[in-house]
Write a protein that binds this ligand. Structure first.
Ligand SMILES: C[S@@+](CC[C@H](N)C(=O)[O-])C[C@H]1O[C@@H](n2cnc3c(N)ncnc32)[C@H](O)[C@@H]1O
Length: 289
């Protein structure tokens, strides 16, 4: 623990920003590693006399900031922490940093399953850090959740994240290819959700360094047109979904119409493309017959 005056801390912050980077990233670093939240940082503006307790001294914090500036490594991988909705999640370079637009999935699902008494079985395919599955399991303690991922490291991280964020036991984790670990759940799934790798090959090649050099390729690349995994998930969904079961897939900004077509070709009904905060057709949903 390190105690420092608010004034000295403000000067230190100004120095860091003068070297480059943006305020949000610096605030995230300070929150994740020094334990000083954005709210506390804002309070500093009106309480300049206050002393601050930091979990890490400023020299060490500066080393992390310099590494971020020099290599473009995302702050979340430096600190090993990502904040998503109300969750504090462990992340490593084996899992995607959960994105703000993905948060909307939880609201969309809450809008579909309005009856809080209803008990359903849901699956999150390609759970990564566990963000979606953990948020759903916590918001709906009487739901029975299953999360899968091809990467065993991701499954280990997601399981730890569930244990660290709750004392519930309504979420199970399985390692394997998309639906494969669900052999005993055929015809039993009420809701399947996936944010699969959907970046087309040519887009992947020109991704910003902070994404391409650090985030796992198998969490991003969706084949030549970005639709390989989406296609596989939709094709096999009818084996696992109940009649009228829901499938929700996050897709790339320009894939909505093609994903909708894949749903229809596989006998889904009530198919819709829903927009994200930026007005992009980001989520495709439908019911199996
Ligand atoms: C875009 S990331 C999404 C992670 C997380 N659901 C989220 O929204 O932050 C895609 C995830 O799918 C997983 N994945 C890739 N190929 C897979 C496959 N064939 N079967 C299962 N999971 C796969 C990756 O390991 C990665 O965790």
């Amino acid at each position: 623990m390190c105690v420092i005056s608010a004034e000295k801390f403000s000067l230190w912050k100004k120095k860091q920003i003068s070297k480059g980077g943006d305020n949000n990233s610096l605030d995230l670093l300070i929150d994740s590693l020094a334990g000083l939240s954005n709210k506390e940082l804002n309070l500093l503006k009106i309480k300049s006399e206050k002393n601050l307790n930091l979990k890490l001294n400023l020299d060490l914090l500066e080393l992390f900031w310099d590494k971020h500036l020099n290599t473009s490594i995302p702050i979340q991988y430096l600190s090993g922490i990502s904040f998503w909705r109300n969750l504090k999640l462990e992340v490593s370079n084996r899992v995607l940093i959960p994105r703000p637009e993905t948060e909307l999935i939880i609201e969309i699902i809450a809008g579909i399953f309005k009856n809080k008494e209803e008990k359903i079985t849901f699956v999150d395919l390609g759970t990564g850090s566990g963000a979606i599955s953990i948020a759903l399991a916590l918001a709906n303690p009487n739901w029975n959740g299953i999360a899968t991922d091809i990467d065993k490291n991701a499954i280990d991280i997601a399981s730890r994240n569930f244990a660290n964020n709750s004392n519930q036991s309504n979420l199970k984790f399985y390692n394997g290819n998309w639906w494969d670990p669900l052999a005993t759940y055929k015809g039993e799934i009420d809701l399947a959700v996936a944010n699969p790798p959907y970046i087309p090959q040519d887009t992947y090649e020109v991704l910003p360094i902070e994404v391409k050099n650090f985030e796992p390729k198998n969490a991003l690349l969706g084949g030549e047109e970005g639709l390989d995994h989406i296609h596989e998930i939709i094709q096999h969904a009818p084996i696992y979904l109940k009649q009228k079961g829901w499938l929700l897939i996050e897709n790339h900004f320009d894939q909505g119409d093609r994903v909708k077509q894949l749903f229809l070709e596989n006998r889904f009904t009530s198919v819709k493309v829903l927009k994200d905060f930026s007005g992009i057709g980001r989520f495709t949903i439908g019911r199996y017959k």
